[in-house]
Design a protein around this ligand. Structure first.
Ligand code: SAM
Length: 277
């Protein structure tokens, strides 16, 4: 079997151009309206607060629509992704939007060597952590990227959502692991999570879930202090097709009793400042 990175890289490279052309990503809106934000960053904004004069890195930035949006909140951004085709689209998105973003091609685990350190904040999520086999290693990378006092901001699919059978329409059924395992869960899927006319078939991915306790413990072990954890009843993609409705803000919610399940969470943590004497 090839390395998980080769398998997943092929999947993402195949999707980058389709995503840039899809109405599911706000490429046209960012280009035509200098004040526009992606729905994802607009959702995050109340918890993000001002990013004026801050230097940030967006891990797994994909085609850069959220990265560009973060520059519109005042940040100087680096976007990092291992997919050359995603970064090709990201550079085009930033150029059309008039945004000055540095894009770096690297695996997340090599982020410090590739993109440097001393960042005021690390931003990531919306389908990012599931591609990484080892959450403790990820947390150490985040800690190494941040300056002392710097902030991690993650908004991610909830591990309980990732554990559900997304093909069952009659009930919420747990099918996949909640906890991190050494072996990946292997999926073969057609299409994409956004609308596209491009024929995408039979793509294999290797993915991992990480429990909420595992994520928080990994961050604490890496020297971060958790400052906020908010669970949400909505998710920015149609995670359980056939059972969700789209809100005007671009978020999907369960049709039936949304209080049953958190669909995403926002986790914030600060790199602890060590004071001597
Ligand atoms: C669903 S996208 C991230 C979501 C992003 N917020 C967006 O714009 O939708 C996942 C991204 O992770 C990247 N990725 C997956 N595994 C990676 C790895 N090991 N290192 C760096 N990037 C990775 C993929 O290339 C892809 O662009």
């Amino acid at each position: 079997m090839s390395d998980y990175r080769d398998v997943n890289l092929a999947h993402w490279n195949e999707r980058a151009a389709a995503h840039a052309a899809s109405p599911g990503y706000p490429v046209a809106q960012l280009a035509s309206d200098p004040a526009a934000l992606s729905d994802v960053v607009a959702f995050d904004r109340p918890l993000l607060g001002s990013l004026a004069d801050q230097r940030g890195i967006h891990l797994q930035c994909h085609i850069g629509t959220d990265t560009v949006s973060l520059t519109r909140l005042g940040a100087t951004m680096t976007g990092l992704d291992f997919s050359d085709k995603s970064l090709y689209e990201a550079r085009a998105v930033a150029a059309k939007a008039g945004a000055d973003v540095r894009f770096v091609q690297a695996d997340v685990y090599d982020a410090v060597a590739a993109a440097g350190d001393g960042y005021d904040f690390v931003y990531t999520g919306v389908g990012a952590l599931c591609w990484l086999p080892d959450i403790a290693r990820w947390a150490r990378v985040v800690a190494a990227l941040l300056r002392p006092g710097g902030r991690l901001f993650v908004r991610e699919g909830h591990p309980m959502l990732w554990a559900l059978d997304d093909e069952r329409l009659d009930a919420l059924v747990v099918k996949y692991p909640y906890f991190e395992r050494a072996e990946p869960t292997v999926f073969v899927s057609d299409g994409s999570y956004v609308e596209t006319d491009i024929d995408l078939r039979g793509s294999t991915t290797h993915e991992w879930n990480h429990g909420l306790g595992e994520i928080i413990t990994a961050l604490l072990d890496a020297g971060l202090t958790v400052t906020g954890l908010v669970e949400h009843r909505s998710v920015p993609w149609e995670a359980l097709p056939g059972r969700m409705s789209l809100r005007p803000d671009g978020e999907w919610v369960l049709d039936e009793d949304p209080d049953r399940l958190p669909l995403t969470y926002t986790l914030q943590a600060i790199k602890t400042v060590i004071s001597y004497g």
